[in-house]
Design a binder for this molecule. Structure first.
Ligand SMILES: [Cu+2]
Length: 478
């Protein structure tokens, strides 16, 4: 049941080109009449989860389940999902909300659920220290205390994050605040505000299973699937209104770096990086996202009625999404020239170095140590401001993610001017190409949100195969 033999995406692409669909064959409701090709699938939009308000606390009840999902017409593929058949619903949180996200584990294996990018106490972080036993419910309860951004939730189970995510466990967390609600941005979820979870997968030959079986080389160099998927669909089609459209891009892959752009070279504005708006929209034609990174972009289709284009991935030459601009605008937005003001982080009072490396084939380390849940690597206090230098000592790509807080990138390879403009905002994941290094300024907020040694935060490579195999450490904030 090896994965290499089945109908590959390039075959699907060839079919798509041969049948010539993409432009005129979509019906009004987004269903494509040209059955038999993957392009017939309308872009799935994750359900927007409506919470139950009990005594001023918004409760989100979510079930982690085994499911069957149709990636290929007429074939059920076994998956994991959150109240869905693949991925999970979107949680729309507002700054100041008191929330309780209740995850019930209906799998036959233990897992966890972590809010990536969330500023929450260590015991609400959903890491290896907060396992959800089979049949049990775990609640992440906190007050949303951060700026508008696009975050996501996914398992963070020790040594098993990669396979659990691979089977389908992930969902969006969108945070809004007064500022984001007042800006004249596309914000009609599913109409002009579109979350896109970008992933790649291998399937078993009969396509009934997601094939997670990286060998040692793939553990190291990346487990890059031959089928690229967008919100759990293969090359789906989005019928867009002829207006500004906002895409919330998430690299939800295990270990693939995506270079994203539109097939016709159309430019777009990046408006947000991981943890906040950028101060001004940045005009771009291509955007690199490593695993776990997010970017919000706005693309203006106002004068593009009748056009078709794709969201393309240039590094692996794959199509994520077909877009047809074939609907009249039912609203008008005008992207503001200023989005926000970002606080500068003060002066660092301490420096640290984190060397990403490998002990032996398939065993990864930070500062020569593999992850140990019983070891605290870094002890910090609220209000600490530090400069962290992350050095990729290897000939393969990594990245670096810090829980609880955001950081700003000071330099790449010791050069401040090598930091691209779209990395100058609030980040929680930073890409480290082979043999490169970055300097970050990191601050632990002084707002009473802490993590003790029983429930520490993590820092790690977000290439999930690296994280699962040792490239992770733990820190406390007291
Ligand atoms: Cu890595």
């Amino acid at each position: 049941m090896k994965r290499r033999n089945f109908l590959t995406l390039s075959t699907v692409t060839a079919l798509y080109v041969l049948t010539g669909c993409g432009g005129g064959s979509n019906t009004e409701d987004g269903n494509n009449s040209a059955a038999g090709t993957s392009s017939a699938v309308a872009l799935p939009i994750p359900e927007l989860k409506i919470p139950t308000d009990i005594g001023g606390i918004k409760h989100y009840d979510l079930n982690i389940v085994e499911a069957k999902h149709s990636f290929f017409e007429g074939i059920d593929t076994n998956t994991y999902a959150i109240d869905s058949t693949y991925l999970g619903p979107t949680l729309l949180l507002k700054k100041g909300d008191n929330i309780s996200i209740n995850y019930t584990n209906k799998l036959n294996v233990e897992t966890t659920m972590h809010g990536h990018g969330m500023h929450v106490p260590g015991n609400m972080d959903g890491t290896a220290h907060q396992p959800i036993a089979v049949g049990a419910t775990w609640s992440a309860q906190y007050t949303v205390s951060q700026r508008a951004c696009t975050n996501w939730y996914h398992p963070h189970y020790l040594h098993k994050t990669a396979p659990h995510v691979y089977q389908g466990l992930a969902g969006f967390i969108i945070i809004e605040d007064a500022e984001s609600q007042n800006l004249d941005l596309p914000k009609r979820y599913g109409l002009d505000d579109i979350p896109l979870a970008l992933q790649d997968r291998f399937f078993s030959t009969d396509k009934t299973l997601l094939d997670y079986s990286p060998d040692n080389m793939e553990l190291s160099q990346g487990y890059i699937g031959d089928t690229f998927i967008c919100n759990g669909a293969i090359e789906p089609t989005f019928d867009a209104e002829a207006k500004e459209i906002r895409f919330r891009l998430l690299n939800g892959s295990n270990s693939t770096v995506y270079d994203l752009g539109f097939s016709n070279g159309k430019n777009f504005k990046q408006i947000a990086s991981d943890n906040a708006f950028l101060e001004q929209p940045l005009t771009m034609t291509q955007l690199t996202l490593s695993p776990g990174e997010r970017a919000e972009i706005v693309v203006d289709f106002t004068n593009d009625t009748g056009d078709s284009l794709t969201l393309h991935e240039y590094r692996n030459n794959k199509t994520f999404l077909n877009i047809n601009i074939n609907k009249n605008a039912t609203d008008v937005t005008t992207l503001p020239s200023t989005l926000t003001t970002l606080d500068t982080i003060g002066t660092a009072t301490n420096n640290r170095q984190f060397r990403l490396g490998m002990q032996s084939m398939g065993n990864f380390t930070i500062n020569d140590l593999a992850m140990d849940v019983n070891r605290i690597d870094v002890a910090l206090a609220q209000g600490d401001i530090e400069e962290w230098e992350i050095i990729n000592t290897m000939n393969v790509d990594h990245n670096f993610h810090i829980h609880n807080t955001h950081f700003r990138v000071i330099s790449r390879n010791d050069a401040p001017d090598q930091v691209p403009s779209n990395e100058k905002g609030y980040k929680d994941v930073v890409y480290l190409p082979a043999n490169e290094k970055v300097k970050l300024i990191v601050e632990m907020p002084s707002d009473g949100i802490t993590a003790d040694s029983n429930n520490p935060y993590m820092f790690h490579c977000h290439f999930l195969e690296h994280e699962d195999n040792g490239m992770m450490g733990q820190f406390t904030v007291t």
